[in-house]
Write a protein that binds this ligand. Sequence first.
Ligand code: G5P
Ligand code: MG
Length: 225
Amino acid sequence: MALKMFKSVILGAPASGKGTISSRIVKNFNLEHISSGDKLRLQIQNNTPIGQEVNKFIKAGKLVDDNLMVKFIMNEINTVSNKPWLLDGFPRTLSQCEALWEKEKIDFAVNLVVPFDVIIDRVKNRWVHLSSGRVYNIDFNAPKVPGKDDVTGEDLVQREDDNPEVVKKRLDYYAQLTQPVIEFYRKKGILQDFEGRTSDEIWPKVLEAMSAHVPLNITSQRSQL
Ligand code: G5P
Ligand code: MG
């Protein structure tokens, strides 16, 4: 398969490691990473009309309207035009999934399966760099300087939707609304489950599976980030 045609998605519960595994995929395979959550948080940070509209939903752990999300992400896909891509956080509902499938046939869906008790523990220690989407965890991949991004030295922040009550809501929505998306891709025969309690346990399996679909970026090391 030609590299430029490769279209993929990464699915998984909140804090299952989609961002973490995506950054390793991107580094090793030269794909464009389109994270719906990162893109929406940037809109909020820049106080755009979209940011103003979605802010209250994200804060409350609720899903943003399907029509808005489909338009928003199709636009992001168009901006990477003919490069291979990896969608993270989209699609989240069957309606988003069907709208995407109509326009773009996905080649491969990575499904991260991480126990919920592990997830609840992780979010407490998550810190993010808003403008790049780089993500840290005090227990797992701490920043070199506490509270500062490794690359820019700018401040890290905690996400407003990472408090335990909101995380519980996000997990409920995931179980109700995103499970059908997993089944959709499973029926198409393009989904693979990757189970584990840590991203380091899951990553080698993802690396192996992705290697069957896309050539490795030869300039990169097989890094663990
Ligand atoms: P997001 O931003 O898409 P979620 O809830 O899907 O949010 P999230 O929280 O970004 O997913 P993740 O990317 O799966 O989690 O996980 P991550 O950030 O890589 O890892 C979580 C933490 O664990 C980090 O601190 C990381 O360092 C750490 N970690 C990773 N691996 C390990 C490990 O092995 N061990 C340990 N100890 N730690 C580890 O969406 C946010 C909101 O935007 C809206 C919704 O409101 C949503 O709630 N939204 C949408 N709404 C409608 N439709 C859509 N398509 C939408 N997309 C976004
Ligand atoms: Mg994420």
